[in-house]
Ligand binder design. Structure first.
Ligand SMILES: C[S@@+](CC[C@H](N)C(=O)[O-])C[C@H]1O[C@@H](n2cnc3c(N)ncnc32)[C@H](O)[C@@H]1O
Length: 214
């Protein structure tokens, strides 16, 4: 990572790359729902920034649908930033990748005046001070008619929802493991270590979404 105090490591990146399609519920549908919220026409030219892009699957999906969109895909993990440009190679004339630390502010110039900022599964790595600060910074930097779209893990108002989510997370991971690999091997890893509702790791801090907007 950059000089951040995040608990996300290079090892996490490698494990995430292997397990994301199993551990993240309905990953493709999540991405599709986010993309359907983009207000641009598919013929529009606009600038987007993917904050904590990982292997850049979301940037790639948006650039495929929007052939005139220019993208900057940023992440804090060197191993993600090794893979991201390879995945975006077909769009290299309208794509940049780079390192950043979402907890810092020295990268904000990169979202200056842009039409779209996307965030997928990284906000829960910020604490309840960092999340509203990020939203405020994005609001102050992007174009007047720009948008921030995000998908992430959030906390429910009632504590009882937590165990419901824990069970659902496990069941979906099991189904996704069987569908993708006809085996429980990946599910077993997810179940033992990756169910955030049972084993929250250091640096994972989901909040009630609307509490961060006050
Ligand atoms: C769960 S992955 C999500 C990746 C991608 N957005 C996706 O949806 O697949 C979390 C990402 O956040 C990045 N990350 C975690 N903490 C970060 C920080 N402080 N600054 C920048 N990136 C960070 C990790 O490197 C990783 O790529």
């Amino acid at each position: 990572m950059t000089g951040s105090d995040t608990a996300w490591s290079g090892d996490d990146s490698r494990v995430y790359s292997r397990l994301a399609d199993i551990a993240v519920p309905s990953r493709r549908e999540q991405m599709a729902i986010l993309i359907t919220q983009i207000r641009f026409k598919t013929t529009d030219a606009f600038k987007l920034v993917d904050l904590a892009c990982g292997e850049s699957g979301l940037t790639k999906a948006i650039q495929t649908l929007y052939p005139k969109a220019r993208a900057t895909a940023l992440d804090g993990s060197q191993s993600m930033l090794t893979v991201a440009p390879i995945n975006l190679a077909e769009f290299e004339d309208r794509t940049e990748t780079g390192v950043f630390d979402i907890t810092a502010e020295d990268w904000l110039h990169q979202i200056d005046g842009v039409g779209l900022v996307v965030l997928s599964l990284v906000i829960h790595h910020l604490d309840s001070t960092g999340k509203p600060r990020l939203y405020r910074n994005v609001f102050n930097c992007i174009a007047e008619r720009g948008a921030l779209l995000l998908v992430d893990i959030v906390a429910g108002r009632r504590p009882s929802v937590w165990s419901l989510h824990a069970n659902l997370f496990d069941r979906i991971a099991y189904e996704q493991s069987m569908t993708a690999t006809d085996s429980t091997e990946l599910y077993d890893i997810v179940r033992k270590e990756w169910n955030i509702f049972i084993y929250p790791q250091e640096g994972e801090m989901p909040d009630i979404f609307f509490d961060n907007l006050n």
